[in-house]
Design a protein around this ligand. Sequence first.
Ligand SMILES: NC(=O)c1ccc[n+]([C@@H]2O[C@H](COP(=O)([O-])OP(=O)(O)OC[C@H]3O[C@@H](n4cnc5c(N)ncnc54)[C@H](OP(=O)(O)O)[C@@H]3O)[C@@H](O)[C@H]2O)c1
Length: 314
Amino acid sequence: MIYMPCPKRFHSLDKGRFIQRKPRSPDASKVDQFEQTGETIPQLPLNDETNTKIPIIGLGTWKLNGIQCFNTVRKALVLGYRHIDTALMYENQEDIGQAIKGYDRESLFLTSKVPHTDLSKQDFLTAADNILKRLDSDYLDLLLIHWPNEEVGVEEPLDALEHLLEARKIRAAGVSNFTRFHLIDANRYNLKVVANNQVECHPHLPQYDLVDYCHRHKISVTAYSPLARGDVDADPVLQEIASKHMTSPASVSLRWLLQRGLIVIPKSSSDEHLEENLKVLSWELQPEDMAKINAISERERKVEPEWAEFDRVP
Ligand SMILES: NC(=O)c1ccc[n+]([C@@H]2O[C@H](COP(=O)([O-])OP(=O)(O)OC[C@H]3O[C@@H](n4cnc5c(N)ncnc54)[C@H](OP(=O)(O)O)[C@@H]3O)[C@@H](O)[C@H]2O)c1
């Protein structure tokens, strides 16, 4: 297998001299020797309409590109990750496509997202084909509308998602960064297509009402930025609970989200963190720990680009 994530060569420091090195090309025929060493990740049904199940922990890949993305995905797969989260906007789908080569496609769960700039039906379908091409895959397990766009509305992208479901190019469909308002709006057209809403969620942005609304409408919720982009480490309540369980505040945050029935997609490029984030499957928070985290009053949204529509209300 030839790996070409980007035209640049990769540099490394060798005894103080800057030398150029080609990325190493892993041999697909040797994939079998990459035995899964870590956990088998439990799965959650996405909703009642589809039989699709999603592994409750996935690998976030925003800001991972090139050889770093390739190596991280490869390492994660060895550890037992099978759910990879990406998006057309992340510009890393070729890297992920290369990293999953040699793995049984059926054993993987790939999520991608179409940006808010491509929500007309035709643009959406073209973007979906583009994603499949970049990942070198025949289908996606889950395709999301990345951000709502009030100028286009939800009818056209929902139509496109239904078309892709019928064409078996995607196994399940969903949305991302949708507020209750957007979901109510989607319900006027075709909410049954929507199996998942991926939103920012962590102890500083708990999203109780939105999660409750989604779960009542059989929409699973994926928590993005589940570590508040690393900031949960400094939270004193999480630190106290972490020391009681001899773990880290990051692990406490993930555990709290999982015990609320959410799916989590922490991003990590460090081997140590990739492993640590899977270990949350082997212990539990007690009800009093959950209550303490629920009582945290700090609120901070980490991801709010200029095109976000979080202020729209029903
Ligand atoms: N739908 C959307 O609009 C949207 C928006 C944002 C994100 N997302 C998705 O959600 C994924 C995760 O969100 P995110 O990347 O924003 O942030 P995140 O997962 O909350 O945090 C990532 C940061 O936490 C660090 N980290 C990871 N594991 C750790 C651990 N065990 N202990 C301490 N620090 C740890 C990482 O550093 P190291 O790399 O050094 O481990 C990195 O700096 C994204 O990668 C993307 O796939 C979706």
